[in-house]
Ligand binder design. Structure first.
Ligand SMILES: *Cc1c(COP(=O)(O)O)cnc(C)c1O
Length: 361
């Protein structure tokens, strides 16, 4: 038995006929950039999430850059976020010359702890970026209350949570701006890099559309400094197919997570708030003897991952921010004992039983 950490081949085989047609249509049309496939995708994404605007872009990283630029983030501005996330969340803040200000996470959900945010707010703070880690949305109502009190914008980094739900809202529609990624290994992935930005604000949407196309308002007329942040049409074609089947995949992920939760013994299984639906970008457990278990898994053919072994405040790139070991005890503790198990809608019963057996052993 050869188990995949995420079974992208199994998924392609299932949708191959339709995906191949979509790709061929793009090749035959020679319309590789912008065009009808992007418009179709944006309409479908906005409908899925329930926002007024969905803007397709080149990656989840560029989606964050577009979001930050659209609200005018400048060098020296402070942005509050979590140190327990993928580098892109804080990297994009720093890339624009702004300052990532970290706040520790909640020990149960691994998402930013709203109770710790207020003490980090200064007169330079402009925004909060909660990350919907591993597919579960943060406590957005508490975060929105703080943001309102201090007049801050909230950007949900939903790179891992497209399709997740919080109360009656979908991920990417829980704050001023939502950003997601369609990197192949994300819950909804394309066959290269891709992403999207979501908002209900007409002004922000207009800014994002201008910035992602070189600050261009009309052909060769440029009003802003922008980037090349466009999604290409082949990726939109792939996503137009996959999006049709995505709700079914989300249900399948729930079943797999539920079975892991019920059958795994002597490990800490993930905690999902009652008012949340996770899309299980990762299924992570916490264990006492991680290195030993990782080695055993590898020996027995169970692929694993560690998200994330080094918290962002301890990354060399952020030395200049002056954080040190011990600053965020919960994040540091989790980063030492967390590990991820195979998760995808295409994991078979037989494979999952084997994984559970190996971990329990
Ligand atoms: C993957 C990821 C990103 C970046 O997305 P890319 O499409 O790879 O650029 C940003 N934030 C988080 C939390 C991610 O997991």
């Amino acid at each position: 038995m050869k188990i995949n950490f995420i079974d992208l081949q199994g998924q392609y085989k299932k949708y191959k006929e339709e995906i191949d047609i979509e790709i061929k249509e793009v090749l035959d049309s020679s319309g590789y950039i912008m065009g009808p496939k992007i418009v179709e995708l944006e309409n479908k994404l906005a409908e899925f999430v329930g926002t007024k605007h969905a803007i397709a872009c080149s990656s989840g990283t560029d989606a964050l850059i577009l979001a930050l630029m659209s609200i005018g983030i400048k060098p020296g501005d402070e942005i509050i976020t979590t140190p327990f996330t993928f580098i892109a969340t804080a990297e994009t803040i720093a890339f624009l010359g702004a300052i990532p200000v970290f706040v520790d996470v909640d020990e149960k959900t691994y998402n930013i702890d709203p109770a710790l945010i207020e003490s980090k707010i200064t007169d330079k703070t402009k925004a909060i970026i909660p990350v919907s880690l591993f597919g579960q949305i943060s406590d957005m109502d508490s975060i929105a209350m703080i943001a309102k009190k201090y007049n801050l914008k909230v950007i949900e980094d939903a790179a891992q949570s497209f399709g997740a739900e919080y109360k009656d809202r979908k991920s990417c529609n829980t704050s001023d701006i939502g950003t997601t990624s369609f990197f192949p290994a994300k819950p909804l992935g394309c066959y290269g890099d891709g992403g999207a930005v979501f908002t209900n604000d007409d002004n922000i949407a207009e800014q994002i559309r201008i910035i992602l196309n070189h600050g261009q308002t009309k052909r060769y007329v440029h009003s802003h400094v922008g980037i090349n942040g466009r999604l290409d049409a082949i990726q939109a074609g792939v996503l137009n197919v996959k999006l049709k089947y995505y709700n079914g995949e989300i249900s399948k992920r729930q079943e797999i997570a539920k079975k892991y939760n019920e059958k795994l013994k002597n490990v800490i299984v993930p905690f999902v708030e009652d008012n949340n639906l996770s899309v299980w970008a990762q299924y992570c457990i916490r264990v006492d003897n991680r290195e030993e278990i990782l080695a055993k898994c590898s020996e027995k053919g169970v692929p694993t991952g560690v998200y994330y072994p080094i918290p962002l405040h301890l990354q060399e790139v952020f030395n200049y921010l002056g954080y040190k070991d011990g600053d965020f005890p919960i994040t540091e503790k989790i980063s030492k004992d967390i590990m991820a198990l195979p998760m995808s809608a295409f994991l078979t019963n037989e494979e999952q039983n084997y994984i559970i057996e190996v971990i329990n052993e």
